[in-house]
Design a protein around this ligand. Sequence first.
Ligand code: TPP
Ligand code: MG
Length: 816
Amino acid sequence: MIKTSSKASKKLSFDEFRKEVLNDYKIAITSRECSALGRREVLTGKAKFGIFGGGKEVPQLAMAKAFKKGDWRSGYYRDQTFMMAIGEYNPQHFFSSLYAHPDIKVERFSAGRQMNGHFATHSLNEDGTWKDLTKQYNVSSDISTTSGQMPRLLGLAEASTKFRKIDSLKSKTNLSNNGNEVAWGTIGNASTSEGPFFETFNAAGVLQVPMVISIWDDSYGISVPAKYQTTKESISEVLKGFQREDNKKGFEIFIVEGWNYTQLVDVYSKAAKIAREEHVPVLIHVKDLTQPFGHSTSGSHERYKTAERLDWEKEYDCIAKMREWILHFELENQEGEHYKFVQNEQEIINIEKQVKKEVATARRSAWNAYIQPMIEEREELLALLTSVSETSEHTIFLDKLKRELAAIDEPLRKNILTIGRKSLIYIRDESSEEKENLQKWIQNFRAIQQPKYSSHLHSELQTKATNITEIEPVYDEETELVDARIVLRDNFDTILDQKDEVLIFGEDSGMIGDVNQGLEGLQKKFGEDRVYDTGIREVSIIGQGIGLAMRGLRPIAEIQYLDYLFYATTAIMDDLATLHYRTVGKQKAPLIIRTRGHRLEGIWHSGSQMGAIINLFRGLYILVPRNMTKAAGFYNTLLKSDEPAIVIENLNGYRLKELMPNNLGEFTTPIGVVETVKEGLDITIVSYGSTLRMVEEASKDLSLVDVDVEIIDAQSLLPFDLNHEVLTSIQKTNRLVIIDEDVPGGASAYLLDQIVNKQKGYYYLDSQPTTITAKAHRPAYGTDGDYFSKPSINDIFEGVYQIMHEADPVKYESLY
Ligand SMILES: Cc1ncc(C[n+]2csc(CCOP(=O)(O)OP(=O)(O)O)c2C)c(N)n1
Ligand SMILES: [Mg+2]
């Protein structure tokens, strides 16, 4: 600390140190005061819920010191002090997020879409281009699921290894500075009981990535103490085997007291150096933390902590300990001079008083910014209601509504709209200019408000994936039929050649080039850094992809079979699918998930759970190409845009023959566009994936009995048929059947709803719209198991024929 010998510089460096310590203390107590006042805001009803960082302040000061521009954090709801210490959060922001202020310029993490304590920075400019991520602190947007932050952390850290190792990425200086960036994870002690924590932890040790994981250990997970959470009640004990040794790679592990400021600062600086310079993962187990306000505003910790524990928490409160240290710190140099942080306690009390004032002012100002526009909007509506009421026959009712609205002290938009919309019911049979003004105001108001809650599920930029138009595959005259996997493989080859930022990885994706040889020889050609094997660990494979994509790379993460996608559900559903929405487009992860399914056999390899996928993973594009050329086209489309998607290849299609296009890497399959693969007049069949081939087979038999079917390949389930081409088909055939191998009520029900309700197909139907699906149970194994579980060509024939029979029993006589 005091290294030079000259008196003046000694004094100067101590002064600087003193300033830093006092500033840190100020940040810690500002954070604590926010928690205290925030809790009151919930108890008095101004905010709905609060979850705060009380008791975890001091270690976060230390982490913030080691956190450099360009670094990334993937953490959880306790990190408010860290956010304040890096300058990305202040009391006004704190209260704005508590009130869920719906403006991204004010509540900069999620525009109030997430509850408080879910932090983020902005990676993207207004036009969707990357900011210079090396010149800012990067906080990947938090999610609420305990340990859900871990899988993504793996990719955020792995990206540094890619930027350091792959020469052609070195020019991307806005994304990385030679891979010097550390990814910092934070997690609560109890959340380490979760699978994603252990899976990610192990993978980080295998991959040797620059990651520092802090475990904020307060001995509880809400009310459940460590003895029910963790073997030996200590996560660092459990993880000892991960400690690196002289000739064995692993983690560096630190254990530190959470109230010990100097020890913390020292440990964090060492941890950062190891991770940054050596690219070695580090664990910091921060023990002895407390939770002075309890878990959240939903309950009180006095209910489940003993009196002894509560006393201990008071004594070991990290801020109280830091205060003691500041007060009693005294250094004497060789000349006998004494250095102190403060001369007396009053100096500290003065800082504390000032902080209280500052936080109270910030609270008022955040509340006014939140409520004032709504008070004005209420006035607008009241004025409109007054003028309607003056000419209405329902003055009594309208005035009652007005009084109701005027009586609300702090009106929300829900209150305003509820009254406005109700008023229209009373005057539904009146007509006046005043009423028209009211109607317009309500419609306009809704049009302005709704996007605040519903925008940005997908990209809203010109570059969005659904704007990429079709480029058809082009064939040379002497083009040959090849195994379809060769089309896919050669297209990946071209992609890897053209785009340095593309990385492909998964179980068996590297050395053998995936289980179906779609990547054959590509690791050899492009190296292990670009095409590589992973452990069997689906949730962290997806997390790896999310993190890599958030740092500007273009990962293609492979999930070996569709049924195993669900191991990664939290990473896809909670993290990837919501990222763009929950940051209002300020962060993105254009991860492409490659998997294979359809027409698999057996309970564990059915490959058909499309209904679950489209319902759980809204926010991703769900693409179901019927062959490998279509699949390759989807990869090309996705790489020309920047949104996340799942491409489901047909497992039984790799060895079928397809023509080899000559514009590999270039041709595209459009997203949200169906394709009519056979025209017909009698009935429209919508299907997708490999079921489509069976439909084509059945249609030949149907034509023999004079049923002329039109077959439409959905291709893209999310989004489905943006141009309403199925409707055009139904206008011609007036009959509809949807066929897939999902369970009844699965993706076929979704397609039915899209066509009958959204496209308003019901106007044109002369027969009951029907679905032909698999049985409700998981499919049984083997040829007969498949025949009796999934729709067969017989089932398709008979299902379609039955509709024709009902329409014209004379022409189409009953089969049975
Ligand atoms: C997957 C999941 N399960 C349960 C919860 C509910 N929950 C939220 S926080 C929490 C306790 C977490 O304790 P810990 O990890 O020790 O963090 P702390 O709050 O103590 O800092 C629980 C059970 C959740 N958010 N997500
Ligand atoms: Mg805990």
